[in-house]
Design a protein around this ligand. Structure first.
Ligand SMILES: Nc1ncnc2c1ncn2[C@@H]1O[C@H](COP(=O)(O)OP(=O)(O)OP(=O)(O)O)[C@@H](O)[C@H]1O
Ligand SMILES: [Mg+2]
Length: 510
C-alpha cells in the first residue's frame, strides 16, 4: 500500500501510509486506539475506498470497489464482529454468496470439502453445526475457513485474540503458522504485545494515522520499545498500588444460583464478598459463569436461588435502576450492545444514567444544553477523541468507546463497580489509564469487582482473587505487595482447571 490517505469528518484516519507485506510472513500492525489500523485494513479488504494512494498486489496496481474484488485478488479479512447467519450451518455460511454450487441440493459433498480444509489448517469445527450453536472461537474459525475457501492468499485479522480464551489463542496461532508454511501471508492486529512478540515476523506501527515504524523484524525490538512507538511515551507496565486496609462490607453474595441462556445451571452456589477500598478479582477461563455472575449482580438476569446484599439491602428481585440509585456502576463485557447504544450520540450515551435527574431532567423534558455540557466535560476529563459530542457512538474507535462508558459509570461516584473485561481491546496506554482510574476509585472508597481473563491484570490490581470454575468458587487468595507471584499464578492456574484450594494446600502440606 503506497501513500494511502483516508479522511473522515473531523479526522485524518490514514495520513500518507505506506505498508508492505511479504509472502509467507506474519506481519503485526500495531497502534493506539484510533490510530487508523482498522481503517487501513478496511481499505485493503475493499470495504472503504482511499482518498489517495495505491494498492499493488504482486507489483500490479489494483482497484477494489467491494470486498468481492479484494478476495478475487486474494485478500480476505476477518472482522472483529463476525458476519455469519446464525440459523444456517457452517457449510451454508461458507458457501453463501458464491456462484458454486448452483443448487443447494448436494450440500453433503461440500461438508467433506470444508472438513478437509479445516483439517489442513488445524481449524476444528463441525461443518454440519448451525452457527448459533458455536462458541465465539468456533465462529472465528468459520470466518477464517470462509476466506480460505475463497482462495485467500493474504488474511487480515483485526484483533482476533480479543475474543478468545488462552487455549483458543494457541489454536489460532497454530493455524496462522500452518498458513504461512504454505506461502500465505497474515496481517495480525493486536494490542497484546506479548502475542505480537510471539507470533509475528515483522511489525509496523501507526500513530495518529502515520507510520512510526515500518516493517521492523520483531526479534530486533522489545515490548517496551513497541509501547513507546505506539503511544509516543514510556508506558509503565508495573503499577504502584498502595496498601490500603479494606473498609466496610458493601457487597455480600450467598449461595447464588443462576441459569445461562440455554437454561443450564451457570452459577452453582457462589458466595463472595467485596468491601470498600478493595479490588476483588474473579479469575477463570471464559464461560465458567463470569457473564452470568455480572448479569445477576447488576440485575440484568434473574437468579434462581441465593441472595445478593448491596449495602445491607437484598437486591435480587430489584430492578437495575434500584441498584444504580444505590450507587452501583457497571462496565459490561459487551460494549457495543450493552454498554452503549451505537446509534445514539456521545451526549445521549453519557446521560443514560442521569437523564431522569436534575439538572439534566427538567420536569418532563431534557435540558439539552445541560446534557451537552455534561458530555463535553466528560469528553475533556476522560480524553475521549471524537470530533464533537454529537458524534454517534458507533463511529468511536474501540478504546474511545470504552473511555466513554467508564466516564459515564465513574462520574456517578459509585460505591460499587462491577467491571467485566474493562481493558479488552484497549491499547497499552489506555490500559494504563483504566488501571489508574480503578485504583483511584479504590482509594476514593469504592469497592470493585473485577472480572477478567488477564491474570497479569488481576494480580497487579486486586487485593483478593476468587477463582470461578464451572459456576463454583474454587477458592480465594489474598494478594499483598510481598506475595510470591509465581506461587500465586500456580495456585490460581490449578483452581482455574478445577482443583479446589483445600486440595492444593493439602498437596503442598503433604
Ligand atoms: N466510518 C467512520 N466514520 C467516521 N470516522 C471514522 C470511521 N471509521 C473510523 N473513524 C475514525 O477514524 C479514526 C481511526 O479509526 P480506526 O477504527 O481505524 O482506529 P484503530 O486503529 O482500528 O483503533 P482501535 O484500536 O481502537 O480499534 C478514529 O478517530 C475513528 O473515530
Ligand atoms: Mg480497530
Amino acid at each position: 500500500m503506497k501513500g494511502i490517505v483516508k479522511r473522515f469528518p473531523g479526522v485524518l484516519a490514514n495520513d500518507n501510509v505506506d505498508f508492505e507485506l511479504q509472502r509467507g510472513e506474519i506481519h503485526a500492525l500495531l497502534g493506539e486506539n484510533g490510530a487508523g489500523k482498522s481503517t487501513l485494513m478496511n481499505i485493503l479488504a475493499g470495504l472503504y475506498r482511499p482518498d489517495a494512494g495505491a494498492i499493488l498486489v504482486n507489483g500490479r496496481p489494483v482497484h477494489f470497489s467491494s470486498p468481492r474484488d479484494a478476495i478475487r485478488a486474494g485478500i480476505g479479512m476477518v472482522h472483529q464482529h463476525f458476519m455469519l447467519v446464525p440459523s444456517q450451518t457452517v457449510t451454508e455460511n461458507i458457501l453463501l454468496g458464491l456462484d458454486e454450487p448452483r443448487f443447494l441440493l448436494n450440500l453433503k459433498k461440500y461438508d467433506q470439502v470444508i472438513e478437509d480444509l479445516g483439517e489442513r489448517f488445524g481449524l476444528k469445527v463441525d461443518p454440519r453445526a448451525k452457527v448459533w450453536q458455536l462458541s465465539v472461537g468456533e465462529q472465528q474459525r468459520v470466518e477464517i475457513l470462509k476466506m480460505l475457501y475463497r482462495g485467500a492468499q493474504v488474511l487480515v485479522m483485526d484483533e482476533p485474540t480479543a475474543v478468545l480464551a488462552p487455549l483458543e489463542i494457541e489454536g489460532l496461532f497454530t493455524t496462522l503458522r500452518a498458513m504461512v508454511a504454505e506461502g500465505k501471508s497474515v496481517i495480525f492486529i493486536s494490542h497484546k504485545l506479548q502475542e505480537v512478540m510471539e507470533i509475528s515476523d515483522r511489525v509496523t506501527v501507526l500513530r495518529r494515522g502515520k507510520v512510526t515504524a515500518s516493517g521492523i523484524p520483531t526479534e530486533q525490538v522489545t515490548r517496551e520499545e513497541l509501547a513507546r512507538l505506539m503511544v509516543g511515551r514510556d508506558v509503565i507496565f508495573q503499577l504502584d498500588k498502595q496498601p490500603q486496609p479494606p473498609g466496610e462490607l458493601i457487597l455480600q453474595v450467598d449461595d447464588l444460583h443462576a441459569e445461562n441462556d440455554k437454561g443450564i445451571p451457570a452459577l452453582r452456589g457462589v458466595s463472595l464478598n467485596v468491601r470498600c477500598n478493595e479490588i476483588v478479582g474473579i479469575a477463570g477461563v471464559a464461560g465458567n459463569g463470569q457473564r452470568e455472575l455480572a448479569q445477576v449482580l447488576t440485575g440484568l438476569r434473574k437468579c434462581t436461588g441465593g441472595s445478593i446484599r448491596f449495602k445491607g439491602e437484598i437486591i435480587n428481585d430489584k430492578s437495575p435502576r434500584c441498584s444504580i440509585d444505590l450507587g452501583m456502576a457497571h462496565v459490561p463485557e459487551d460494549r457495543t450492545h450493552v454498554g452503549s447504544s451505537p446509534n445514539l450520540s456521545i451526549t445521549d450515551n453519557a446521560i443514560m444514567k442521569k437523564y431522569h435527574r436534575e439538572p439534566i431532567s427538567r420536569g418532563w423534558m431534557l435540558d439539552m444544553p445541560a446534557a451537552s455540557q455534561f458530555a463535553q466535560e466528560l469528553k475533556r476529563a476522560y480524553d475521549i477523541i471524537a470530533p464533537n459530542v454529537d458524534t454517534p457512538a458507533r463511529l468511536l474507535s474501540g478504546g474511545n468507546l470504552q473511555r466513554l462508558i467508564l466516564a459515564r459509570e465513574i462520574s456517578g461516584e459509585p460505591s460499587l463497580i462491577i467491571a467485566m473485561q474493562p481493558t479488552r481491546g484497549l491499547d497499552v496506554g489506555a490500559i494504563e489509564g483504566v488501571h489508574r482510574l480503578l485504583l483511584a476509585q479504590r482509594s476514593a472508597g469504592a469497592g470493585i469487582l473485577l472480572i477478567s481473563e488477564e491474570l497479569d491484570e488481576l494480580l497487579s490490581l486486586s487485593d483478593r482473587v476468587y477463582v470461578l470454575y464451572e459456576g463454583k468458587i474454587m477458592g480465594e487468595v489474598t494478594i499483598s505487595n510481598g506475595s510470591d507471584s509465581s506461587e500465586l499464578v500456580e495456585k490460581i492456574g490449578l483452581m482455574m482447571t478445577g482443583t479446589p484450594l483445600e486440595q492444593i494446600n493439602e498437596g503442598i502440606a503433604g
